[in-house]
Design a protein around this ligand. Structure first.
Ligand code: ADP
Length: 542
């Protein structure tokens, strides 16, 4: 027997409708790509999204078509997401930090028919345009006054294009399982893989993220996703913020410490989210200028492990609560967050900080387990490492246009490629990506644990640990450091003395080198493949 409740499909437009009806005047403040701050509200954004939908329809864009965006976080990008999905087309976010050839590959693989791009990316796209097989029209996210001569096929300024639609249009209705968004993983190994979100998965994920012990946005929050919308669905904030009726603040193209500080202060941001590098740059800026960020109350730090030193400084010096989060493109993306469970309250400050360095606990809708290589479940002891696997309604079951490749185990779990422990209170800790773990004499050493500890050494700006070949142990850790300007670098003995009470003795690095810069992936993670390549012949001296 079926229940007798209404069919109310979980569609993206319901979110912007709700925000516009319940919170019409709530602001969306952006740093525009043209320069000045721009202010609008949910009422206006909904109306403009309807015009986007109407205008795309007139251009012949239909259910299931891909409309790509190569854009920073601004109000135009947000209204584009809702407009595109409002006719059942699919927003396809493209990460501009990928190699140009990868960008062309992704746009061709997705067969996106339209590309909406910010002014910033015109030179890149001019270079790639001859290779883009499916793009019929380039829409530049600006007004006519700022549109340069581009030579791109059917190029038009977004505002001129939009002006041809009046918004007298009704959202289209379709099955909630219809595809809504497409985001490719960065493909540090092999071709990038397309993750295809549905309306239903986006809505369920945003509801889950809005649980109070997850990201928990509320109507009084002033939320700034520094994490770009092209990185893993913008961590769902362009959906969960309007769902909650929160004020949305969008940082545009400027993500350096000074610019992030400026917009936090100018717009009174109290909640923000970004990868650790952004928070490190902001700290360096504040330390160098003696400034503060007093409106900021909560920050989500994820995408890479957040070192305890950063958490401690934000919490103790700046009064900002750090929510360490883990997730991935394939998970929409939020998988776990630090949760203040009653079981763990009352820990001494050191132990509490160590617990916050773990990636945390899943919200309702995410199930997880750890297994050995044979797929056998491993205990939640906090000690045993295993492959971390997840399942839930906002987690990938297949990659786009690779539907014949099975990616789930027999019980429907997706292998995250991460290696983790889970403790008795359910806190998961990523010890490594499976390909980065250091296998020393058959035992595993966590490169992340070493990196996090090393960042606590005075003057260290960033640390990376990779395996170097060892004839006896097979692999041993090599530590690579970047120092803060003017700071003296430790030698191996000094670093190991510092690490001695933080990690097992046999984990201590066998060598240490100092470099000017550590390479990063397009999503801000340490590019271990490149480091391994650069140091493949490195052997400890003596
Ligand atoms: P990409 O692989 O394209 O850079 P993702 O954001 O999908 O983008 O990467 C997901 C991976 O990032 C996870 O599988 C995990 O290895 C890593 N990651 C994300 N958050 C954390 C975190 N808080 N701590 C450690 N690793 C993390």
């Amino acid at each position: 027997m079926l229940g007798l409740m209404q069919d109310w499909p979980l569609l993206m437009h319901k979110v912007v409708d709700h925000a516009a009806i319940q919170h019409p005047g709530r602001e969306i403040i952006s740093r525009s790509v043209e320069g000045p701050f721009h202010r609008t509200n949910y009422h206006e954004v909904r109306h403009r999204a309807l015009r986007v939908a109407q205008r795309l329809e007139r251009d012949g864009i239909r259910l299931g078509d891909r409309v790509a965006t190569l854009a920073w976080n601004t109000w135009r990008h947000v209204e584009a997401w809702y407009g595109i999905t409002g006719i059942g087309a699919i927003y396809h976010t493209v990460n501009p930090r990928l190699f140009p050839d990868q960008i062309a590959w992704i746009l061709n693989h997705a067969a996106s028919r339209v590309l909406m791009l910010d002014l910033t990316f015109i030179p890149l796209i001019q270079q790639l345009a001859p290779k883009l097989e499916h793009i019929e029209r380039f829409i530049i996210l600006t007004d006519g006054a700022h549109l340069p001569e581009t030579g791109l096929r059917n190029a038009v300024a977004y505002e001129d294009w939009l002006a041809e639609a009046d918004g007298d249009f009704a959202w289209m209705s379709f099955d909630e399982k219809t595809a809504a968004g497409l985001c490719y993983t960065s493909g540090t190994t092999g071709d990038p893989k397309g993750v295809l979100y549905s309306h239903r998965s986006n809505i369920l994920h945003a509801l889950a993220a809005n649980q109070v012990d997850c990201l928990g946005l509320g109507v009084a929050d002033r939320v700034m996703p520094v994490v770009p919308m092209f990185h893993a669905n913008g961590w769902s904030l362009p959906i969960s913020a309007p769902m909650a009726g929160a004020t949305l603040i969008l940082p545009g193209a400027k993500l350096d410490g000074a610019s992030v500080h400026e917009i936090i202060t100018a717009a009174g941001v109290n909640f923000s989210a970004a990868v650790p590098t952004v928070w490190m740059m902001l700290l360096q800026h504040m330390e160098a200028t003696g400034t503060r960020i007093d409106t900021l109350k909560r920050v989500v730090i994820g995408g890479s492990a957040c070192p305890a030193a950063i958490t401690k400084t934000y919490q103790e010096k700046y009064g900002v609560r750090v929510i360490h989060a883990w997730g991935m493109t394939e998970m929409s993306p939020v998988g776990t967050t630090y949760q203040r469970k009653p079981e763990i309250l009352g820990l001494d400050p050191e132990a509490a900080l160590a617990l916050q360095a773990k990636q945390g606990c899943p919200p309702f809708t995410v199930e997880m387990k750890i297994t050995d290589d044979a797929g056998k479940d491993l205990p939640w002891s906090g000690e045993v490492f295993g492959r971390l696997k997840v399942r839930g309604p906002a987690i990938t079951r297949n990659y786009f246009r690779r539907e014949d490749e099975a990616v789930l185990d027999a019980d429907g779990f997706f292998d995250t490629g991460d290696v983790a422990t889970i403790d008795t209170n359910g806190f998961m800790e990523v010890t490594d990506r499976s390909k980065d773990v250091i296998k020393s004499g058959g035992e595993w050493i966590s490169s992340i644990a070493l990196e996090n500890a090393a960042v606590g050494y005075p003057g260290v700006a960033e640390a990376a640990v990779v395996a170097m070949h060892d004839p006896k142990w097979d692999e041993r850790p090599l530590m690579i450091l970047v120092m803060k300007p003017g700071a003296a670098a430790p030698d191996l003995a000094a670093m190991n003395a510092f690490l001695a009470d933080k990690v097992a003795k046999w984990w201590l690095p066998d060598d240490l080198v100092v470099v000017d810069e550590i390479p990063h992936t397009a999503t801000g993670k340490i590019l271990k493949t490149k480091l391994r390549e650069a140091f493949k012949d490195h052997r400890p001296k003596g």
